[in-house]
Each structure stands twice: as C-alpha cells, then as structure tokens.
Design a protein around this ligand. Structure first.
Ligand code: DAU
Length: 353
C-alpha cells in the first residue's frame, strides 16, 4: 500500500513535523473546532485550512478566538462539492482530516437524505481529491455507532459493521468507501472510531448539552424510554488528541477505536447533571417515547490506539463538572443556538412524544 511521504513505520510527524499543511473539514463543528484549537496550540508551525459548509452545527463562534491567526484559513464550502474541495487544497496539503458530517441520530430519523450526501458522497469527493493530488494522508473521523448495538463485550476494529440508524449506516458507508479506496487505489487513508464525545461547544441537540441547558433554564429533560441505554463518554480534547495521534503515528489502511472508557447509563448521566444544576429527578425528568431502533449499548476496545501510544487523560467526573460549568458560564454561546432553527427541530422531535 502506498504511504506517500512516509519513510518509517511510525508516522508522518518525523517527516513533515515542522511545516505540515492540513486541511480540516468541518472545523467549525464541535470536535473539529477542538482539533483546530489543539493544532494551533501544540503544533505551532503547522498551517490549517478549514473547509466548512456552515450548516446549523457549524458555528463560527466556535473558532472566533483564532479567526485572525495567520496560520488558520477558512473556506466556506461543502465536502461533497469537488470545486470547493479543490479550492481548499489549491496551495497543496500534506493531509486531510475529515470531521465534516451530519451527526445527529434523531435528525437522521426525521430527514435521512442530508446524511447520505455529506457522510458518503462527501467522503467520496475528498477521497477523489486525495487520489488525484497524491495527498500523503487522509484521516476519516468515524464513530463507534457503525458497530451497532453491542449486547456484551467490546467492539474491536475487525468486527463486522452492523449500523442500525440512517446516521450510522451513512457513516459506515463512508468508512467502507475509505477502505475500498485504500485497497483499490492505494489511497493512504486511516479511520478513527470515537465514542460519545462531550465538552464545551457541543451543539445543544445532544444529550449532555441539551440537558444542561434545559436544566439551567429550569426546564424538564426528555429521557428516551427507560434511560438504561449505555454510552461510553470521551472528552472532546481527548478525542482530538486521539485523532492527532493517529494522524501522526497510525498505519495507513488501519482503523483505530478511540473510546473514553467511561460507560454510563443515560439515567446516571441525567442524575449527575441534575445534581450539578441543583434540580431534582422528580421534578425535572420526563420519560418520553423511545428513539426508534435505539441502540441499547455501545462499547469499544481502545487497545489498538493504546498500543500506538494514545490514552485519554481527562477523568470523567472532572471533565463533566467542568463542562457543566462551561455551559453555565457561556450562555452567550448557546442561547442564540436554542432559538430559530433549533426551536423548529425541538418541536418536531419532542412535541408528540
Ligand atoms: O457514539 C458516538 C456517537 O455519539 C456519535 O457518532 C454521534 O454523532 C453522536 O450524536 C452520539 O450519538 P448518540 O445517539 O449516542 O448521542 P445523543 O447525545 O443523541 O444521545 C445519547 C443517549 O441519550 C442516547 O442513548 C439517546 C439518549 N437521549 C438523547 C437525547 C438527545 C435521550 O434520552 N434524550 C434526548 O433528548
């Protein structure tokens, strides 16, 4: 398999470390913006182009603090648009890290089509650019949801994909394109599969930011079904570090699970958030109709990423407490997001449950 620009087994940092040019896609989103900020801080000689379609979840406020940095360039465009991709790679790039995605399971149930465009066609368009331009490395940011519901044990990277929602099926489609391009065309691609991610600047449709912001506003929180579903929680900074580690040290053609190692039921998370916000389960929890096809449990083994030298650093209790505090102290960030488009979505999603 081609590993353009790489000389050793241990990744590109030694070859390109001083002046990497990176295209980050979806860098205005939650995990993408965390990654951009990490690069600017910890890889000060790198330059970053951010291609982002500015959908509802791509928020310029996420990177407002770095917008004037000369190492950072923004291109407004869609990864499924070959012209936009060409524009954003025109100066030549050493690597692409693809965060751009439709990510919310509930939205994929209401409106699956957008997921096919970004999560499959968009990936294809990026892979074509990597192939045509001989870009040295492509990292696909994927998800543990492609493994589907895991009744017991932990998913490993060689497990079959059993996605069960339009969202996870689209992400699995993207992953399969990546693997096919690696095999057929020798594209130097890698995949990361992260677990449920939390932290500052997450769009308030997801469990943790939705519940925290509702609780701050003294509103009830909608728990789907019995609330005993299990997710494995990973701080966004740890997730971003994991992706950077795979970019620099991962082996092309390989997949790396990146899990937090913090399995919790949704009710446990809810109780912690209720306590942190000074509310009570009796008055602030509403059990609503379950999500159709709701996966009961995700669990991944991160052994392979650990063998590569990555492990999460942020203890869950500290990370979650700091995250609640961030939303309490940054109402100016989330309050505008909970109006307009969000209100329509919230009504469609929750009104009849
Ligand atoms: O596992 C990684 C995945 O984590 C990512 O690939 C997805 O992009 C991300 O959205 C997340 O998927 P989930 O469906 O697990 O996340 P969400 O925050 O939507 O829900 C977490 C759990 O909380 C899930 O069991 C559904 C439940 N839930 C969620 C919402 C929004 C509720 O009970 N009530 C809610 O209102």
């Amino acid at each position: 398999m081609r590993d353009a620009g790489l000389r050793g087994e241990d990744g590109i940092s030694r070859e390109y470390g001083e002046a990497m040019k990176i295209l980050v896609t979806g860098g205005l989103g939650f995990i993408g913006s965390t990654f951009v900020r990490l690069l600017l801080t910890e890889r000060p000689t790198w330059t970053i182009t951010n291609l982002d379609a500015m959908t509802y979840a791509g928020n310029p406020a996420n990177l407002a603090d770095v917008a004037g940095d000369s190492r950072y360039h923004f291109v407004h465009g869609d990864i499924a648009d070959a012209t936009a991709v060409r524009t954003s790679t025109s100066g030549g790039v050493d690597a692409i890290v693809n965060f751009a995605a439709e990510t919310h399971v509930d939205r994929s149930i209401l409106d699956p089509e957008a997921f096919l465009r970004t999560d499959i066609l968009g990936v294809h368009t990026l892979l074509e650019a990597v192939r045509e331009q001989g870009i040295a490395r492509y990292v696909q940011v994927s998800t543990d949801e492609v493994y589907g519901d895991v009744a017991s044990g932990e998913s490993v990277e060689t497990d079959a994909l059993r996605p069960r929602s339009p969202y996870s099926a689209s992400k699995a489609g993207g992953d399969l394109q990546v693997l096919a391009y690696a095999t057929t065309f020798g594209v130097p691609a890698l995949i990361t599969r992260g677990s449920n991610t939390y932290g500052p600047r997450q769009y308030p449709e997801k469990l943790i930011p939705l519940f925290v912001t509702n609780l701050i506003d003294d509103q009830p929180v909608p728990v789907y079904g019995d609330g005993l579903q299990i997710r494995d929680w990973l701080h966004a900074e740890d997730h971003a570090r994991g992706i950077l580690h795979v970019l620099e040290h991962g082996h092309v053609g390989e997949i790396y699970n990146i899990g937090g190692g913090n399995p919790r039921t949704n009710l446990e998370i809810t109780q912690t958030l209720i306590d942190a916000c000074g509310r009570s389960m009796e008055t602030h929890v509403t059990h609503v109709k379950d999500r159709p096809g709701h996966d009961r449990r995700y669990a991944i083994s991160s052994r392979k990423a650990a063998d590569l030298g990555w492990e999460p650093r942020i203890p869950f209790a500290d990370g979650l407490a700091a995250t609640v505090q961030w939303y309490q102290q940054n109402e100016a960030w989330w309050r505008p997001l909970k109006s307009g488009e969000f209100r329509d979505y919230y009504h469609r999603q929750y009104a009849n449950r």
